[in-house]
Write a protein that binds this ligand. Structure first.
Ligand SMILES: Cc1cc2nc3c(=O)[nH]c(=O)nc-3n(C[C@H](O)[C@H](O)[C@H](O)COP(=O)(O)OP(=O)(O)OC[C@H]3O[C@@H](n4cnc5c(N)ncnc54)[C@H](O)[C@@H]3O)c2cc1C
Length: 321
């Protein structure tokens, strides 16, 4: 008999990935469709059980692995597979991040089951029907999945994390995991203390080729600082060596979902748009009224960014004071 619907939690030494809250929210809705419970799988760290309960996990299964400190795709994949064999879940989901997809891919291979990555929407039926993101977000594909234990990941930012606190049972799953599975290991960690990242910032001020130079980004930095945000950029900018690749927004960069994205001198090519479209509000500053970013943005200013940015920063300061 099938058990609950299992949500695999991604965390880094006890810090839950934001995307896992989205996965729990999504898992809850699938559990409701299936008429079963939403359950969480926590590998190594049980300190996140309360957080799982806050997002609706009625049972939290903790897998202790005393020889594992950091994320390991193979060990996590083995743990998910062994937990699935033990619990017979109605389905398994994780967030569609690099790590979430990697863990599920390993688990699916061990279980010899199909895995559908980066779903936007899933309908539960005899065969599950889903829409999933392909080609870095520039194509949505409808698919059907036939499997005794469907395994899916939910695309990052496809659902909004919503709290739904429940009383939870914490159960320990003592699984026999082989230490020889520890093949890919993290060998170095560079921890950024404090501050916000491009992926989680509430405000992103993005610059494109229209900024014109590395020095031109000083005006974007100033505005971002005033608004408590960070600077992002397009690939034209990283190609020119004006900003590091870690600042790039888009298909081959970071997907952002801020409250506000201010896109300055960015045309809005599809590869950039797929990384920016989850922003709640977009303000485009561009000299070209027909630029894709301008036509898609909720707000736009047709102007030279070199004049507009200092004026906005000044106005923000004036209103604050
Ligand atoms: C496989 C692949 C993956 C890719 N991945 C990414 C990705 O992850 N992220 C990404 O960004 N791109 C990506 N690209 C590149 C993408 O196709 C575009 O080439 C790139 O996004 C264009 O950058 P841009 O908008 O800065 O430059 P442009 O397209 O040249 O646009 C510059 C804009 O600035 C405006 N402008 C100029 N001067 C001013 C001014 N003074 N004031 C205001 N506006 C001004 C112009 O009107 C124009 O709209 C990828 C491409 C490929 C093929």
């Amino acid at each position: 008999m099938s058990g609950g619907f299992l949500v695999v939690i991604e965390h880094d030494r006890g810090t839950m990935a934001d995307a896992s809250r989205e996965a729990l929210t999504f898992g809850r809705s699938l559990a409701t469709q299936l008429g079963t419970t939403c359950e969480a799988l926590l590998i190594v760290d049980e300190s996140l059980a309360d957080e799982c309960a806050r997002y609706g996990a009625e049972t939290v299964h903790v897998v202790p692995v005393d020889w594992l400190t950091d994320y390991s795709p193979e060990v996590c994949g083995d743990a998910i597979a062994a937990a699935a064999q033990e619990l017979s879940p109605a389905g398994i989901v994780a967030c569609g991040t690099d790590r979430g997809n990697e863990m599920l891919a390993h688990a699916a291979a061990v279980l010899d089951l199909p895995f559908v990555a980066n779903c936007l929407d899933v309908k539960v039926a005899d065969d599950w029907e889903m829409t999933r993101v392909q080609w870095g977000g520039s194509l949505n594909e409808d698919a059907a999945l036939t499997s005794p234990t469907p395994i899916v990941s939910i695309a990052h930012h496809a659902v909004e994390a919503a709290e739904a606190p429940v009383a939870t049972n914490v159960s320990t799953l003592n699984l026999e995991l082989d230490q020889s599975g520890l093949r890919t290991q993290i060998t170095d960690r560079d921890v950024v203390e404090g501050g916000v990242t491009l992926a989680t910032a509430p405000v992103v001020v993005g610059g494109g080729r229209g900024v014109g130079s590395q020095e031109g980004f000083a005006a974007l930095e100033e505005l971002a600082k005033e608004l408590g945000g960070v600077v992002g950029c397009s690939r034209a900018v990283t190609n020119n060596g004006w900003r590091p690749h870690s600042d790039q927004v888009g298909q081959t960069g970071t997907r952002i979902a801020p409250q506000l994205y201010i896109a300055c001198g960015i045309s809005g090519a599809i590869q950039h748009w797929v990384g920016a479209k989850a922003a709640k509000n977009i303000l485009a500053i561009n000299t070209d009224a027909s630029a894709n970013m301008v036509t898609k943005a909720g707000y736009s200013v047709i102007a030279d960014l070199h004049e507009m940015l200092p004026a906005i920063t000044e106005e923000v300061r004036r209103r604050r004071s």
